[in-house]
Write a protein that binds this ligand. Structure first.
Ligand SMILES: [Zn+2]
Length: 150
């Protein structure tokens, strides 16, 4: 009977789905963190756009901008490169950090300390979204830097 076959099949499905349930329960702990990380991502994207916009406005106000005639598509890639090179160093660094952070959020490695591999506290991430180190490692690094500078 096909009905009987169906019953045995649904039993296996049931078993499987109940296992999935307990997994989902475990994952619930991460959900709040994930949500907050997605909020951070939004802020990072906004910050990135703001920085690019500002940089563009600053570059457009430069008189040498008129040195770029309409060179067509081939040259525009070159201009893009120049544009990045001409971004002020600090902004460029920050942009890179922001891009890296967004990339990490997307591939699921965000919020993990690069030095010790521990999870970085969500509050620290919210305060400093581009950080790649947990507070312990950062403190240690700063102390080492201080020693080197002294
Ligand atoms: Zn660490």
């Amino acid at each position: 009977m096909p009905a009987k076959k169906k019953t045995s099949k649904s039993t296996t499905t049931k078993k499987r789905s109940s296992r999935k349930c307990s997994e989902a329960k475990e994952n619930q702990k991460i959900t709040d963190r994930e949500k907050r990380i997605q909020e951070i991502r939004k802020k990072l994207v906004e910050e990135k756009e703001r920085l690019l916009h500002e940089a563009e406005a600053a570059l457009n106000s430069l008189p040498e901008e008129s040195a770029f005639p309409d060179l067509g598509d081939q040259a525009s890639a070159e201009i893009d490169k120049n544009f990045m090179l001409r971004l002020r160093g600090r902004e460029q660094k920050l942009l890179k950090k922001i891009e890296l952070a967004i990339e990490k959020i997307d591939n699921g490695t965000y919020g993990i300390c690069e030095v010790c591999g521990c999870e970085i506290g969500i509050q620290r991430l919210e305060a400093r979204p581009v950080t790649t180190m947990c507070i312990d490692c950062k403190t240690e690094q700063e102390e080492e830097e201080k020693l080197l500078e002294a």
